[in-house]
Design a protein around this ligand. Structure first.
Ligand code: FAD
Length: 676
């Protein structure tokens, strides 16, 4: 049997039985290449310490189970195979080669973590250590049966963990759980207002800064001559978008207090990075030029011109003004309550495994993000969103922990999903949307390319049968959801060389407006064949004829004929400047007449989920029974619900961050008596 023919079952049988398999090549999708053919034991390696054979073990990586298989002679590690196929392609998978080489070189599991891939590195070390222990006869030989998705989706909540003994106790007034976009803002505000607080964070660092935030009538927007936002219209738009399922009072907090949130950030920048410049998106650039009633009344803010990003600045404030160092590698396990009052949490140090009781006299703020990296929650709570996603670009440690802890403590949770779906998850032809199962049993989305911004442009979209199926001019989520009824949950986007002119006329807003900047460069990339996925497959195609494009996109037989007929019909509609078939506004029709022709397959990119604990207008988490505040429990950001229901209104760019930071500040104020 050749290496490639070795089935997964055979592989595991061999590993479990520790039969003397001499060398096993790379598993499909592994990040590592074939092992060095001539492993040599270090000169001073002790002789005869291992039972020769192949041993396998697994450990939890950043987003998936990592599998390590090591082959031993009597006195050396002779081969290492890492299966990190479920880890993020550009991070964990990219580190595999270096980790494998280090294990071979050191002949030990005690190696250095690869920079930027700490969680994958730690998992590899942990699993490698267990392989070594098995080979030494110190622990039983493991039988690997399946990956992390051992329980079905129905069991997403599980039961609150019992922690019999805690190893240490900390006391504080206010505990912030999660050092992401909400938590860091809360920490900086607390530091500046003399609050006694701590921040715990599960990861090794803060979640990535998301730069653009929405605020209403900030002093900078008004200074640019912007008219005050029509607040009644804004409220109604948010209500319409959620079919009335939202909490209008929480909108009110964001609408009335986001200008102060912006001022707080502005003052911080003035002190810590005076070179920073605010960019406010207003005027034409902020208007969705559609005739379908979409409304874009908010102003979006960002800070540039400085090397100090917002989190770096907030961390400095937290440390210097608050005297607090963030407790990284410290994960919320559950909330603690006395009666109806939350008194603190049990957390766990993810490095030592030690449990910590943290008493928080004035309150706990859940800022742990959504559940985009929890496949059980995704499948159970958002089957439709899950079915149309091809790529997950969310923050990998956002696994719904704070939401689960809140529900265990009696909190109400939004009942319907609200994923942030952007119609940009490019994939190779033939790939379906939805989870695939890796060789380690983990569920991951198939796309490796994150967001392909061009996908959002309202060009002709066709399904696998070559049929047009919707009016492509809509919001990001609408296009994504339209694919739910199509084969494979994916569709192809088609355009011709008039693209640079088309995208100017289309005038999409928010981050999709980036396509308008330098479209020629993007076409050049197609020409150079530079659009490859992490597996080296071509994912974006250019052709001299529509027929050739059809072939490249994988249309055959009747589907190809349908595709060509659909393109011809689309040209007719363009000539008439009237979309008789689906009602797309005329200015969003485009010709398919002048070579070259371009195309690629798409599903949705998942940015985050916004279905969490219900809060009131003061950021207080409410209970399931009475919708009354649970004393001592606050939440912000993607861990909360009630603001967006069903989907995220991308026509209001920056609103996710805007409300996250507004409610972060609100929680600090309310819990610590800082408002009148
Ligand atoms: C690529 C991308 C771009 C985006 N750009 C924008 C934008 O420009 N504007 C905008 O409005 N929105 C944007 N968003 C959405 C925005 O990022 C989120 O709405 C926002 O980050 C929510 O903040 P948060 O604090 O709730 O969650 P996060 O910022 O994700 O932070 C949650 C933190 O909690 C930690 N955590 C999780 N579990 C635990 C635990 N058990 N114990 C301790 N800590 C824990 C996580 O490690 C993480 O650090 C973007 C999202 C993505 C993916």
């Amino acid at each position: 049997m050749s290496k490639k023919e070795l089935s997964r079952r055979d592989f595991l049988k061999g590993a479990a039985g520790a039969a003397g398999v001499a060398a096993i090549g790379m598993l499909a999708g592994c990040g590592s290449k074939d092992p060095d053919p001539t492993p040599t034991p270090t000169p001073d390696a002790p002789k005869g310490i291992y039972t020769p054979g192949t041993y396998t073990s697994k450990a939890q990586g950043a987003v998936s189970t990592v599998l390590v298989t090591m082959t031993f002679s009597a006195d050396a590690i002779t081969d290492v195979v890492l299966d990190v196929s479920g880890e993020t392609a550009s991070i964990g998978q990219a580190a595999a080669e270096e980790l494998k080489n280090a294990l071979m070189e050191k002949q030990s599991a005690e190696i250095d973590a690869v920079g930027g891939a700490t969680l994958t590195s730690k998992a590899v070390m942990e699993a490698a250590n267990k392989c070594i222990q098995q080979a030494k006869g110190e622990i039983p030989v493991e039988v690997i049966t399946s990956g992390s998705a051992e329980n079905g989706p129905a069991d997403w909540l599980g039961t609150e963990p019992e922690v019999a003994n805690v190893d240490e106790t900390w006391d504080t007034d206010f505990l912030i759980v999660g050092a992401g976009n909400g938590g860091m803002c809360a920490g900086a505000y607390a530091a500046k207002h003399g609050v006694k607080f701590r921040i715990i964070e599960k990861g090794t660092g803060s979640a990535r800064v998301r730069s653009w935030y929405g605020a209403i009538d900030s002093e900078d927007a008004l200074a640019l001559g912007e008219k005050p936002v029509d607040r009644a219209a804004l409220r109604n738009e948010l209500k319409r978008y959620s079919s009335g399922k939202c909490n209008l009072r929480t909108f009110e907090t964001w609408i009335t207090e986001s200008a102060d949130m912006h001022k707080f950030i502005k003052d911080c920048y003035a002190q810590y990075a005076p070179d920073a410049e605010v960019a406010v998106t207003v005027g034409d650039e902020a208007v969705w030029p559609d005739t379908q009633g979409f409304f874009f009344p908010i102003q979006e803010h960002n800070w540039g011109g400085t090397k100090m990003n917002r989190h770096a600045m907030f961390q400095q404030i937290i440390e210097e003004e608050g005297g607090v160092s963030i407790d990284f590698n410290t994960s919320l396990v559950k909330l603690e309550k006395t009666g109806n009052k939350v008194t603190g949490v049990i957390a766990q140090n993810t490095e030592t495994g030690k449990y910590i009781r943290i008493n928080a006299a004035k309150g706990v703020l859940i800022a742990t993000g959504g559940y985009p990296f929890n496949p059980q929650m995704m499948e159970a709570l958002d089957p439709v969103g899950t079915a149309v996603v091809t790529s997950n670009v969310a923050w990998p440690t956002d696994t719904g922990d704070g939401i689960k802890a809140g529900v265990w403590a009696g909190a109400a949770m939004q009942k319907e999903a609200a994923p942030m779906l952007f119609d940009r998850g490019i994939v190779a032809p033939g790939i379906n949307a939805g989870y695939m199962t890796t060789s380690t049993g983990d569920k991951v989305f198939p796309g490796t390319e994150g967001q392909f911004n061009l996908g959002t442009q309202p060009f002709l979209k066709v399904n696998r049968r070559g049929e047009r199926f919707t009016n492509e001019s809509g919001t990001y989520d609408q296009m994504s959801y339209s694919a739910f009824n199509q084969p494979g949950g994916v569709y192809a986007s088609i355009f011709d060389s008039s693209m640079p002119e088309d995208v100017k006329r289309f005038h999409t807003i928010g981050c999709s407006a980036q396509t308008r900047k330098g479209p020629e460069r993007q076409l050049q990339k197609f020409e150079e064949g530079k659009n490859l996925d992490q597996n080296g497959r071509q994912i974006a195609f250019v052709a001299d004829t529509l027929e050739e494009l059809a072939d490249k996109l994988g249309f055959t037989g009747k589907d190809k004929e349908t595709f060509l007929a659909t393109c011809a019909r689309y040209n007719e509609l363009y000539d008439k400047q009237n979309d008789e078939d689906f009602g797309k506004p005329a200015y969003r029709l485009s010709p398919l007449k002048t070579a070259p022709f371009y195309g690629f397959w798409l599903g949705a990119a998942l940015l985050t989920t916004e279905q969490g604990l219900l809060i009131d207008e003061k950021a207080r988490v409410v209970d399931e029974t009475d919708r009354a505040p649970i004393e001592g429990l606050f939440a912000t950001g993607d861990a909360t619900g009630g603001f967006f229901v069903n989907n995220y209104p991308c026509v209001l760019p920056g609103i996710a961050m805007g409300r996250t930071m507004t409610f972060a500040i609100k929680a600090v104020k309310v819990a610590n008596g800082l408002e009148g």
